[in-house]
Design a protein around this ligand. Structure first.
Ligand SMILES: [Zn+2]
Length: 201
């Protein structure tokens, strides 16, 4: 059998990284190549930060936002409007909205989007806990801020249907954001406008 000239360890790590969603073999190779080019101390520093991250960061027990605490800073902030929940796909979407400083309510992180192609069903998303929060806390409004992509729209529609027989007001973030955009990549102004012009569903 022909042996690959690639050292086994290199092969292994590139394979592991390229199995992450969104990373092909090329981007995995580029990452490892750049890491190996760094002075060893610097590269080890990055890796030890990653290890620390895996040790300390986990989802908030209430909203699912990445945090070092049990309950995140936003959920434990008494100044926030506790009657509004903004539903986003990922923590980084919430961080992008936070950057605008325009939103004072709470969040709910789904941990993804419905995607039949990738086999992601409602059971795999943080949807049940959202319904529980809406039922058990004094929530008046849910803003659906999933991304304006086919999957994001389908996810918003799915959650909207589940909330229809509750008393909560449901709205959808407005666009401003071009269809196909990803919230965490949008500029602050666009996100602020999208929130400001949200439409009641
Ligand atoms: Zn939280």
């Amino acid at each position: 059998m022909e042996r690959s000239p690639l050292p086994e360890l290199l092969n292994k790590v590139i394979l592991q990284i390229s199995e992450l969603p969104g990373y092909g073999e090329k981007s995995a190779q580029r990452f490892i190549e750049n890491l190996l080019k760094l002075p060893r101390a610097e590269a080890k520093d990055i890796v030890s930060t990653l290890l620390e991250l895996l040790e300390k960061i986990h989802p908030c027990s209430e909203c699912g936002l990445y945090t070092e605490e049990t309950v995140c800073q936003i959920c434990s902030d008494e100044e926030r409007d506790r009657s509004v929940i903004c539903v986003v796909e990922e923590s980084f979407d919430a961080f992008a909205i936070e950057r605008t400083g325009k939103y004072r309510g709470l969040y709910h992180i789904l941990g993804g989007r419905l995607s039949p192609l990738e086999g992601i069903t409602a059971d795999e998303l943080n949807i049940e806990p959202l319904l529980k929060r809406v039922k058990e806390s004094n929530i008046k409004e849910v803003i659906l801020a999933t991304n304006p992509t086919v999957e994001g729209e389908a996810t918003a529609t799915y959650i909207h249907n589940l909330l229809k027989n509750t008393n909560v007001e449901v709205s959808r973030i407005a666009y401003g954001l071009p269809f196909g955009a990803i919230l965490e990549n949008a500029d602050d102004f666009t996100i602020a406008k999208a929130l400001e012009h949200k439409v009641k569903l």
